[in-house]
Every structure is written in C-alpha cells, then in structure tokens.
Design a protein around this ligand. Structure first.
Ligand code: SF4
Length: 96
C-alpha cells in the first residue's frame, strides 16, 4: 500500500539557501485587524504566519515558498513589505 504524503512531508523535501539574518518579508505589527491577520495566517501554504491569543502576529521567513500569496492578499495591510530574498538566497525550485 502506497504511503500517503502530507503537506509537511512535501515541504520537508524542499531545498533552501536560507538567509538567517534578513527577512524578505516585513509584517506590519501595528495592524491589529484580526480579520486581516486571520486571512494571512490561513492563506500561507507554508504556515509561516501565526497569531497568539492577544492578536499579535508572528512571522518566520525561513521556509517561505516565495509564492507571493500573502503579498497579493495583504500588501499594505498585514504585509508591510515584500521582496524576493537577495542573490541566490531562498527556495531552490526544481523542475522535472
Ligand atoms: S510568499 Fe507564500 S509562502 Fe511565503 S510567506 Fe507569503 S504566502 Fe507564505
């Protein structure tokens, strides 16, 4: 019987050249709109956004798929600034 592969398994085989010190995405910590925060938390396919019970949003840039979904949804709201990682940093896409 074939083993089922879940999302965490799939994300775990990605290759990254991580930039440990610089996040390519900046979160607007002054935005306290819980509906907008919840949308970003739910939309990120890598589950990099989280919110604590007080409504504070947290973001971890390592593991970003650079899909741009959070930018398209929330730039100027929860997402303060979004750009690709510098140089050859970030996710390494594979083809085939
Ligand atoms: S670009 Fe995609 S993977 Fe990266 S934080 Fe935004 S939604 Fe998540």
């Amino acid at each position: 019987m074939a083993r089922k592969i879940n999302v965490a398994d799939k994300l775990g085989v990605n290759n990254y050249h991580t930039d440990e010190t610089h996040s390519h995405i900046t979160v607007n910590k002054e935005n306290d709109n819980l509906q907008e925060i919840d949308q970003v938390v739910r939309v990120c396919p890598a589950a990099l956004y989280s919110v604590d019970p007080s409504g504070e949003v947290f973001f971890e840039h390592l593991g970003c798929l650079e899909c741009g979904t959070c930018k398209a949804l929330s730039e100027g709201k929860v997402v303060k600034e979004w750009h690709y990682p510098e140089g050859s940093k970030g996710i390494q896409y594979r083809f085939g």
